[in-house]
Ligand binder design. Structure first.
Ligand SMILES: Nc1ncnc2c1ncn2[C@@H]1O[C@H](COP(=O)(O)OP(=O)(O)OP(=O)(O)O)[C@@H](O)[C@H]1O
Length: 479
């Protein structure tokens, strides 16, 4: 879908080469008018004339959360392409086109579509839906992570995993261990931030009897416990300067001495570290040793934030639903489109762990087979405005014709009108509450109502069911 006939022609050539049929659309509104159920993917040019590409993306996703969107952007506009992936596009390609990339993206997305359709069915998660070990995900950033991991499974080099909290760094470390050459050995995970400075040293390296007050017996440290396997040092950026020195020496010499001991113990351990910090910035700030950094980050791996792989959310949500005890008898087995839409729109500061918590809570509060928007926290519910309830007075419902019938109306204006109408519907006509919901001032909303010719119900007549978010069903296809 592109306004530009040359862009469409070029894409058509490559897509047909890959063996797919092509439907060309020149206007954003046409894309909203078409049924997308049969589409493998939509190449969506973000640079549209009749409406903002990002708005179209939002509306397509609201209508069909499973539709894989491949964003198309000019080379110099790569920021908007990345933004589109954050909004749930599967991947992006840039203009001028690299034909191979266009085809590869399409083949990956076709496979993804196939798996995702399967994954909507309750039941076991397919093997192909996991990347390596227990890592669930099919998005382009996660597949690229999997390719990176494949390269190091058989090598014994130190790996440092970077990523925001809750992105799955420990899961990645476990996958490297379990699929790698040390799988038969132990996997010992240590959170460096959880120990006081002196305690961490004796826990890592062990201590001899009487090494300090309270050391009534000798103790094998984590290095010794991990012999033949993997030692995973989480939050390594929190390690104190003296422990950093000791760790560096251990990596160089491959021997340790227990605290209070003199005997040298040879160690055979793979070290994997992780941090949510920008470790190079820590080095520059003098808080982390540069020589240690280069020893640990021989192979740096970045786990993307969940908002950078929003297209994985439906799959992860289903997996976590099952993990949290869903899909059993009388337990919810899937999520409504609205609930899924809210999950995709949210920014996930706590990443997959936060998603896991939210799914767990939703499972506990849900009695039926499907998790609804109402089972999600308020900040997620507020991201999706429900459809206008049938019971509302006609003036508030009547103006919502299908978008493609909007004819000569300026589309963005039409979209805005719809959002305002929905907000008014939710608040049963209360302009004050609708303004709050939309993040607008009351006076601004009144002005827009006048400009868009929307009749305002006098405030005193407007009732306000606080729970209307929770009761209004929404047709899957509504924009
Ligand atoms: N891709 C994924 N597939 C399945 N489960 C995942 C995935 N990513 C994360 N999880 C789950 O999310 C939770 C948090 O993951 P994990 O502890 O590995 O994150 P982390 O980045 O190490 O967090 P922290 O920075 O707080 O240590 C775990 O229960 C993990 O199993």
């Amino acid at each position: 879908m592109s306004n530009d006939s040359e862009t469409r022609q070029r894409l058509r050539t490559w897509i047909e080469k890959a063996g797919f049929d092509v439907v060309e659309l020149a206007r954003g509104l046409e894309a909203l008018g078409e049924g997308s159920a049969e589409w493998t993917a939509i190449y969506l040019d973000l640079d549209l004339e009749d409406m903002a590409g990002m708005d179209l993306l939002r509306h397509l996703r609201a209508r069909d959360v499973l539709l894989p969107v491949l964003a198309v952007a000019a080379d110099q506009n790569i920021d908007s392409a990345i933004q589109a992936v954050r909004l749930g596009a599967y991947d992006y390609v840039t203009k001028p086109f690299d034909g191979q990339r266009v085809i590869q993206a399409l083949q990956r997305v076709a496979e993804y579509r196939r798996l995702r359709c399967q994954s909507q069915r309750p039941g076991q998660l397919q093997e192909e839906e996991r990347l390596i070990g227990g890592i669930v995900g099919l998005s382009a950033p996660m597949q690229s992570l999997a390719r990176q991991l494949q390269r190091i499974l058989q090598a014994d080099i130190p790996v440092c995993i970077f990523g925001e909290t809750g992105t799955g760094k420990e899961l990645v470390a476990r996958a490297i261990h379990e699929q790698g050459i040390r799988a038969r050995g132990p996997f010992i995970a240590v959170n460096c931030a959880a120990f006081a400075e002196s305690l961490l040293e004796s826990e890592l390296f062990g201590h001899e009897r009487g090494a300090f007050t309270g050391a009534v017996t000798a103790h094998r440290g984590f290095f010794e416990q991990a012999q033949g396997g993997t030692l995973f040092l989480d939050e390594v950026g929190e390690m104190s300067a003296p422990t950093q020195v000791r760790l560096l020496r251990t990596l160089q010499e491959r021997i340790i001495r227990r605290v209070g001991g003199t005997a040298e113990i040879r160690i055979d351990v793979r070290i994997i570290t992780a941090t949510h910090r920008d470790l190079l910035a820590e080095v520059k700030a003098g808080r982390f040793r540069e020589d240690l950094y280069y020893r640990l980050a021989v192979y740096p791996v970045h786990v993307p934030a969940l908002r950078e792989r929003a297209s994985d959310i439906p799959l992860l949500a289903r997996y976590l639903l099952k993990k949290s005890g869903g899909e059993g008898r009388g337990r919810p087995s899937h999520l409504s489109h609205e609930a899924l839409d809210a999950l995709i729109r949210y920014r996930w500061p706590g990443n997959v762990r936060e998603l896991e918590n939210i799914i767990q809570r939703a499972t506990l509060s849900c009695d039926g087979p499907q998790i609804e928007l109402a089972h999600l926290p308020a900040e997620l519910r507020a991201l999706v405005l429900p459809a206008i309830p049938e019971s509302l007075p006609r003036p508030l419902r009547a103006p919502l014709e299908p978008l493609h019938d909007a004819g000569g109306v300026v589309p963005l204006r039409e979209l805005e009108r719809r959002e305002i109408l929905k907000a008014l519907a939710v608040t049963r006509g209360s302009v004050t509450k609708a303004a709050k919901l939309l993040g607008l001032g009351r006076a601004t909303l009144y002005r827009r109502l006048g400009e868009l010719r929307i009749p305002a119900v006098p405030e005193r007549e407007a009732s306000s069911p606080e729970d209307s978010f929770q009761r209004t069903p929404r047709a899957a296809g509504s924009a």
